[in-house]
Design a protein around this ligand. Structure first.
Ligand SMILES: [Zn+2]
Length: 274
């Protein structure tokens, strides 16, 4: 069954952060737990006007070991994040289990839609061509169906575009596919800031400190799509080595030092509030 963001009555109180030991490792692991009822993706969210919301949106899952590392670090640091998944990448039982575990981990993690084929395997010009409209639309619906994606939230492969209830901006703002998805009730999420991959080294291009500074600066200067909220794009695969994973952990910990910062899943992006 598809659960939409219009389900208001199922608001739950997601409260506590539980700390417990992680096996033989002495690290503390924080998980976000629902104290009373089952949390419903897309359910009502009341933003706190004194906070700044950070949305980590990681694309192209499942791509282990990067996805495994990112998930573990998000759990260790007790933050929420969104994985925009690609059905094409879900080959084999291990990857199917990885997608299942993300889906089941709500409210800590949200599974969202990044198309089944990743825009015909990165052939964006063709994928977004008017003649391909029907097959591209089917590609998103297939991904939603096969990965059992619980929300109507999409990121367009290779394009920074935003759409919500007829308000459409960004690179594909005149594209018919985007308008069709919007008409069908899908929200399309772009990004305010990307943590990029260096083409040669395959490492994250920016350091953790640089990225944390950029996040704070953009929020301070109100240079984001919505006030007091920043959507950050990155990819699981760029954190597959331990040094890169350490950098992701440091980035989160730096941002956690500012008590105004709250990490949320993208179904709780303020403009999406019903
Ligand atoms: Zn992608």
């Amino acid at each position: 069954m598809h659960v939409t963001m219009f389900v208001k009555s199922l608001l739950v109180s997601i409260t506590l952060t539980t700390l417990f030991s992680c096996g033989s490792d002495d690290k503390k692991v924080a998980t976000v737990k629902d104290s009373t009822q089952i949390a419903i993706p897309g359910s009502q969210f009341n933003a706190d006007s004194t906070k700044r919301y950070i949305y980590l949106t990681w694309d192209d899952s499942p791509q282990p070991p990067g996805t495994t590392n990112c998930k573990r670090i998000f759990e260790e640091t007790g933050i929420k994040a969104t994985f925009f998944a690609v059905g094409f990448n879900q080959v084999g039982n291990k990857k199917i289990r990885q997608i299942d575990s993300i889906r089941k981990a709500y409210p800590q993690f949200l599974l969202a839609n990044h198309s089944f084929s990743h825009g015909m395997n990165d052939k964006y010009r063709l994928f977004y061509a008017p003649a391909q409209h029907d097959s591209a639309l089917s590609d998103f619906l297939r991904n939603e169906r096969e990965l059992k994606i619980p929300v109507k939230i999409i990121r367009m492969p290779g394009n920074n575009t935003w759409a919500h209830k007829g308000q459409i901006t960004g690179q594909l703002s005149t594209n018919r596919l985007v308008h069709s998805l919007d008409s069908l009730g899908y929200q399309i999420v772009g990004w305010d800031l990307e943590w990029r991959q260096d083409a040669k080294s395959k490492q994250p291009k920016e350091s953790a400190t640089e990225m944390a500074q950029k996040v704070s600066q953009k929020l301070d200067d109100d240079e984001t799509h919505a006030p007091r909220a920043i959507v950050i794009l990155s990819h699981d695969r760029i954190f597959e080595k331990s040094a890169q994973a350490d950098s992701l952990r440091k980035f989160i910990q730096l941002l956690q030092q500012d008590k105004r910062n709250v990490f949320e899943t993208i179904d709780h992006y303020p403009p999406f509030k019903q």
